[in-house]
Design a protein around this ligand. Structure first.
Ligand SMILES: Cc1cc2nc3c(=O)[nH]c(=O)nc-3n(C[C@H](O)[C@H](O)[C@H](O)COP(=O)(O)OP(=O)(O)OC[C@H]3O[C@@H](n4cnc5c(N)ncnc54)[C@H](O)[C@@H]3O)c2cc1C
Length: 296
């Protein structure tokens, strides 16, 4: 505890409720929530945590996480400062793992660089997008990823070409426990107006079909091969089905809305009911896309 305070000062917060760090607004306390502003700080945190036998997990924008009501018994580490910057040189984007993905999308669109249009409206971080190979509208981050600078659980640094990760559908292929400190993305030269128009079109499609004004974590389940989880859930008659304030979105059946004060246990119960009903009706086993963190 002392070591983390020494490294991060007031940026190490013990017992910090994670509900304030997730888009669902759900989650118990982290033993420690830290904000590292440089690679050296992140490295020192990982080393100190390893010495204390405490796990470290990267926390981006918490937009794909269901944090347990009991919280997380380790260090949730957010990357800020120079690890949250986005810079462009020619057609190459260098982004910190903690950089806001919408900011990267906006910058690319402003400069007429193509390759990130599909990501418009995904409220995550660059590191989070790489960790789960975020994708939409026919694109995914692995299509433009060239290289990652990683911090490994033994506090060593490693630079890997994207090809070494072997990403798959919603799986980034990062080494276990690796933190993305920086990423290099190769974008294409495009016509600024055309890139901006494509980015806007993606956003508009999203606004028309997703409950963007509600507290959600995006798609709850992965799409099964050749189908859409949302279609199956809707066809099972589950739109609007709820467990307390956790509600299958009436707008998009693969989203669960926290309509006010939902617990992780309630969301998990609702997810179980949805899986059960879809399996019963269609014989399809839905696999969660959101990641459950901590002890449930
Ligand atoms: C309204 C809405 C729409 C969405 N639409 C989409 C969509 O179209 N497509 C899609 O793929 N997702 C979508 N999502 C889900 C989510 O936004 C993405 O998965 C996003 O990439 C997650 O990033 P994050 O920073 O929030 O990650 P978090 O939720 O904070 O973390 C997710 C995982 O990434 C890891 N991680 C985070 N940062 C790092 C890092 N620097 N290094 C290593 N690992 C890290 C975490 O440890 C965790 O395992 C949506 C979510 C919402 C709320």
């Amino acid at each position: 505890m002392q070591a983390l305070r020494h490294i991060l000062g007031g940026r190490a917060r013990f017992g910090e409720p994670l509900a304030g760090h997730t888009t669902w607004g759900i989650g118990g306390p982290a033993w420690c929530h830290g904000r590292a502003h440089s690679a050296a700080e992140a490295k020192a945190v990982v080393r100190a945590a390893a010495k204390a036998g405490v796990p470290v997990k990267a926390l981006g924008r918490g937009s794909n996480l269901l944090v347990a009501d009991g919280g997380f018994a380790g260090v949730m580490l957010s990357l800020k400062g120079e690890l949250a910057r986005v810079e462009i040189e020619g057609q190459t984007m260098r982004a910190g793992g903690g950089a806001h993905l919408p900011a990267a999308v906006k910058l690319a669109a402003r400069l007429g660089l193509s390759g990130l249009e599909w990501a418009a409206g995904i409220p995550g971080s660059v590191g989070g997008a790489i960790a789960m190979n975020a994708g939409a509208s026919g694109g995914q981050i692995s299509d433009v990823l060239a290289e990652v600078d990683l911090l490994l659980p033994d506090a060593s640094r490693q630079t890997l070409p994207a090809a070494a990760l072997k990403p798959a559908y919603r799986r980034g292929g990062l080494p276990a426990g690796a933190l993305v400190l920086m990423a290099t993305l190769r974008l294409g030269a495009g016509d600024p107006q055309a890139v901006a128009a494509r980015t806007r079109a993606v956003l508009e499609r999203r606004r028309a079909s997703q409950p963007l004004d509600r507290r959600t974590a995006g798609s709850v389940f992965k799409n099964p091969p050749g189908d859409h989880a949302g279609r199956l859930i809707e066809a099972a008659g589950l739109k609007g089905h709820s467990v307390g304030p956790a509600v299958v979105s009436p707008r998009h059946a693969n989203f669960i809305e926290n309509q006010g004060g939902a617990s992780a246990a309630q969301v998990l119960q609702l997810m179980d009911q949805v899986r059960h009903k879809v399996r019963e009706r269609f014989g399809v086993d839905l696999e969660p896309e959101v990641e459950v963190v901590g002890h449930v």
